[in-house]
Design a binder for this molecule. Structure first.
Ligand code: NAP
Length: 295
């Protein structure tokens, strides 16, 4: 890319704040918007322009990156008189990095195509630590040449870009990867609960896994302290994985595919969310399972 893009970044939550910081570190000109303005303070202090509305942000940028919760949040920042789409004209680029449904992503890709806007479907694999250290794996959908053109921007936030195909292939791949994350977390939580039920120290599970090269998965290490300390500060909020599990099940149902273990994980996460754990880390599935054991 000969002229660096003027980037507008929307969504300064757990992931977006770290990703926007890494774009700044890489030397990009970044304007930010966040619904809750308080989260923009550190960016204003770092010399970033802070937009009052998504529309104002889009006016000041040629490339807009979104990293918000879900389709409702995307609608809130894209649509309406103060939305991004009001200010977008042919030649702009929209890169969505939030995890949305494939159906929403496909509709957004069509809308952008009609408006002459380049759309990249780029959700990410990796949680808060990977976002902070620019080690995300970016699952990219869209026109291949456009993905290649934007690879330097994407690589400022991640260690690798995996090209999946035209949109919504990035999102489709993201759901497949998150299916594994949901089940790994559920397996870990159930194993720790079973250990507790047998009067066994759950730390022994992590020790045994770490000693076995076939089972020594770095992801277990990321969730170890949460489970052992029964404290679940959010890296990946449970409510977001519940959303993703519902996207997986909807996609499967559309193809008459039955995903029984994902369905069970969804039910477990729905229970945990109903118990008030939606804003905790996904590993709070463990809390939902073990709470009755304390009674
Ligand atoms: P988060 O911390 O909950 O942040 C969500 C962001 O969306 C915030 O900036 C929030 O603004 C904004 N938002 C929510 N509803 C909105 C609305 N109605 N209008 C405008 N803005 C709205 O989430 P996160 O963990 O950064 O995740 C962001 C996305 O990445 C999600 O799709 C998630 O599934 C995906 N993801 C997360 C992880 C992870 O480990 N955390 C990893 C990979 C992918 P406010 O500040 O005003 O609330």
């Amino acid at each position: 890319m000969s002229i660096p893009p003027r980037i507008g970044f929307i969504g300064l939550g757990i992931m977006g704040s770290a990703m926007a910081r890494n774009l700044l570190k890489a030397g990009y000109q970044v304007c930010v918007y966040n619904r809750t303005r308080q989260r923009t303070t550190q960016f204003a202090d770092a010399g970033c322009e802070v937009a009052h509305t998504p529309r104002a942000l889009a006016k000041a940028s040629d490339t807009v990156i979104t990293m918000v919760s879900d389709p409702a949040a995307m609608d809130a920042v894209l649509e309406g008189p103060e939305g991004v789409l009001q200010a977008f004209a042919g030649g702009n680029t929209l890169i969505n990095m939030s995890t949305l449904s494939p159906a929403y992503t496909a509709a957004l890709a069509r809308k952008c195509y009609v408006a002459g806007v380049t759309f990249l479907d780029c959700p990410v694999s990796g949680s808060k630590p990977a976002a902070e250290s620019a080690q995300l794996v970016i699952l990219a959908g869209g026109d291949k040449a456009a993905v290649e053109k934007y690879t330097p921007v994407l690589r400022a936030m991640g260690k690798a870009v995996v090209y999946a195909g035209p949109a919504p292939a990035g999102t489709a791949l993201k759901l497949c990867v998150n299916l594994i994350v949901a089940q790994l977390t559920t397996a870990l939580a159930e194993a720790a609960a079973l250990a507790q039920a047998q009067a066994l120290d759950p730390a022994l599970i992590f020790e045994a896994l770490a000693q076995n090269p076939a089972l020594n998965c770095a992801y277990f290490g990321l969730k170890k302290d949460n489970i052992l300390n029964k404290d679940y500060p959010p890296a990946f909020p449970l409510k977001h994985m519940l959303k993703d599990a519902r996207f997986m099940l909807a996609e499967a149902a559309a193809s008459r595919l039955h995903l029984p273990v994902t369905a069970a994980a969804e039910a477990l996460m729905a229970e945990a969310a109903a118990a008030g754990y939606g804003d905790k880390d996904l590993s709070a599935i463990h809390l939902a399972l073990t709470a009755p054991l304390r009674g």
